[in-house]
Design a protein around this ligand. Structure first.
Ligand SMILES: Cc1ncc(COP(=O)(O)O)c(C=O)c1O
Length: 387
């Protein structure tokens, strides 16, 4: 007998990040597709991990996280966002932001509940909603600045919120477009969810990478939003350590209690020596994260300057480590075909934006990661300028 399995996620294939990275590997292309930095984590942080392994911090950490780390996280969000959160009852360390997103969705979404995401949407949200029995509603971001920037379309959001809406997923600083939120945006969001039972999940993994002297507006900055929010972040982007998969979720005590019901049976606890080391490093070097925006702004400027003579159209990204390029003056191929072909033929891998959208996407946009050393950016730009 052949054993078959009726898939719970029949529409889910391999993620675009894996596909493009594999293709880049096969063809020896410069991989500007997947979002990982080519820089090492700080030496002191690596030394602290080795130290904690040596001194025996090798068994299960407490389920919500090592207290020194939940305290360091609480201190950080108070300093940056003015939010006093209780490290014991409102902060949970998770296995990367991915587990925080997944556990939040499983904790909140019931069968037939609706969850709103903004397209282009990071691809981890919808499968988790489907597994919870919920239905994902896609609200496209509005296109601004001659097609080069994106923002929330408040009218569309307002009409998408119904009695069935259980959760709105936000991701600002936004991957892939670099859109950010303003204080006014937080107030508009508060007006829409006021007097509803809607929860918010805010994926803020790029919180420390915002350009042009702007600051990140966490949902933690707004007391009214905070009451209904799960705010999720990751140390992977902040400390050039995406392979460590350590992140956290901040939510009010009742919401955190529900979150932990899922978290304890999803992963239970997160790698102990890395948690201990992160706590030390955050306490001793708070400036590291503060300098990240300037570091990546230089990278962004390097790539944009190198592309000045190219036929791509773009506005410099406002946040994250991704630059979106409009290739409409270079080709009229579909973005999925083009990104694959350019990976094979010109040797630069990127991510097509249409894969993050439910509706056919009218833009001709590719996302390029600039978290790379300058020599890599120069080589890639040379190839892109020749097109
Ligand atoms: C928007 C967004 N959310 C979440 C994640 C995943 O974070 P982590 O690696 O900490 O699970 C990523 C990683 O690329 C991301 O871009």
């Amino acid at each position: 007998m052949t054993v078959t399995i009726d898939s719970k996620l029949p529409d889910v294939g391999t993620t675009i990040f894996t596909i493009m990275s594999q293709l880049a590997g096969e063809h020896g292309a410069i991989n500007l597709a997947q979002g990982f930095p080519s820089f090492e984590p700080p030496d002191e942080l690596k030394r602290r991990i080795a130290h904690y392994i040596d001194v025996g911090a090798n068994q299960y950490a407490p389920m919500p996280g090592v207290p020194a780390l939940t305290e360091a996280i609480a201190a950080k969000v108070e300093r940056l966002y003015g939010a006093a959160v209780n490290p014991g009852t409102e902060v949970t360390v998770c296995t990367g932001a991915t587990e925080g997103l997944f556990s939040t969705i499983q904790a909140v979404v019931r069968p037939a509940d609706e969850v709103i995401v903004f397209d282009p949407a990071y691809d981890a949200y919808e499968p988790a909603v489907t597994l919870a029995g919920g239905v994902t509603r896609h609200v496209p971001l509005a296109i601004a600045n001659h097609g080069h920037e994106f923002e929330i379309d408040w009218n569309r959001l307002e009409s998408a919120v119904t009695g069935k809406t259980r959760l709105i997923v936000l991701n600002f600083p936004h991957n892939p477009t670099g859109a950010i939120l303003s204080v006014d945006d937080l107030e508009r969001l508060a007006a829409i969810v006021r007097d509803t039972g809607v929860f918010l999940m805010s994926d803020e993994v790029y919180e420390h990478i915002v350009f042009g002297g702007e600051t990140h507006r966490s949902l933690l900055c707004n007391d009214e939003l905070r009451e209904r929010s799960f705010v999720i972040s990751s140390f992977g982007k902040t400390f050039h350590a995406t392979g460590w998969k350590v992140g956290y979720c901040i939510a009010p005590p009742a919401l955190t209690a529900e979150f932990r019901r899922v978290h304890q049976f999803t992963t239970f606890t997160v790698v102990t020596p890395i948690q201990c080391a992160l706590a030390d490093f955050m306490n001793e070097s708070p400036g590291f994260a503060d300098e990240l925006s300037a570091f990546y702004e230089r990278k962004r400027d390097t790539l944009c300057e190198l592309l000045e003579g190219s036929r791509f159209r773009f506005a410099p990204a406002r946040s994250t480590f991704f630059q979106v390029l409009d290739y409409s003056a270079v080709s009229d191929e579909a973005d999925t075909d083009l990104s694959a072909r350019w990976t094979r033929e010109i040797g630069v891998a990127s991510i097509p934006l249409s894969v993050f959208c439910e509706q056919p996407f009218t833009g001709q946009l590719l996302r390029f990661c600039f978290a790379k050393d300058d020599a890599t950016l120069e080589q890639a730009a040379l190839k892109l300028c020749a097109l």
